[in-house]
Design a protein around this ligand. Structure first.
Ligand SMILES: Nc1ncnc2c1ncn2[C@@H]1O[C@H](COP(=O)(O)OP(=O)(O)OP(=O)(O)O)[C@@H](O)[C@H]1O
Ligand SMILES: [Mg+2]
Length: 174
């Protein structure tokens, strides 16, 4: 039995960052993280945590003028995309599959903000949907799609996250 999805409460930006950090410490090379959620939901904050978890000292900022920001000083390279301002034609021109296949570039972690704008998805990925809750807190809904060598239940057991109420932990024994 493996945990395939979970919802984590994010009471403050530090927790959002901490979630990213744990992912950055534990995700294997070649992982794709698709970040979805409204304006200001916390996508960049989570990617900043990812960078910290990978051991990147540079400040991770959302790519605004560049289409991609690459950070290579950590445990694995981080390829950070933000599709917010892009037209479908431009998204197509990013050749994202080159990054998630890791053939022409060193396999790393691919983090994509505004993944709703993707024209197609990679075969395996971690989907993270960030949202505002009615109680004004935020939450992250994590979902493993396809085959990703990653133990979500182990991650959720980490002390800094297990403090947060994990609502809805869906088990799946495929
Ligand atoms: N769990 C949280 N609780 C409260 N505030 C948060 C939380 N996570 C992030 N924030 C704050 O929300 C603001 C927006 O965060 P961030 O830039 O990460 O969002 P975003 O989803 O990347 O936005 P955009 O849609 O513009 O790319 C920041 O000030 C950040 O500190
Ligand atoms: Mg952002």
């Amino acid at each position: 039995m493996t945990v395939r999805s979970a919802t984590i409460l994010l009471p403050d930006p530090q927790t959002t960052r901490q979630l990213g950090k744990i992912l950055g410490e534990s995700l294997p090379a070649g992982s794709v993280v698709l970040l979805r959620g409204d304006l200001g939901a916390g996508k960049t904050t989570l990617v900043q945590g990812l960078g910290e978890g990978l051991g990147i000292k540079d400040t991770v900022l959302s790519p605004t003028f560049a289409l991609i920001n690459e950070y290579t000083e950590g445990r694995l390279p981080l390829y950070h995309f933000d599709l917010y301002r892009l037209q479908p034609k431009e998204v197509e021109g990013l050749y994202l599959d080159v990054y998630w296949e890791g053939i022409e570039v060193a396999p790393g972690i691919v983090a994509i903000e505004w993944a709703e704008r993707l024209l197609y998805h990679p075969p395996n990925y971690l989907d993270i949907e960030l949202s505002f809750r009615e109680d004004l807190q935020r939450q992250a809904k994590l979902r493993l799609v396809g085959e990703l060598d990653f133990d979500l239940s182990r991650m959720l057991a980490q002390r800094s996250l297990s403090k947060q109420i994990t609502i809805n932990c869906q088990l799946n024994d495929e």
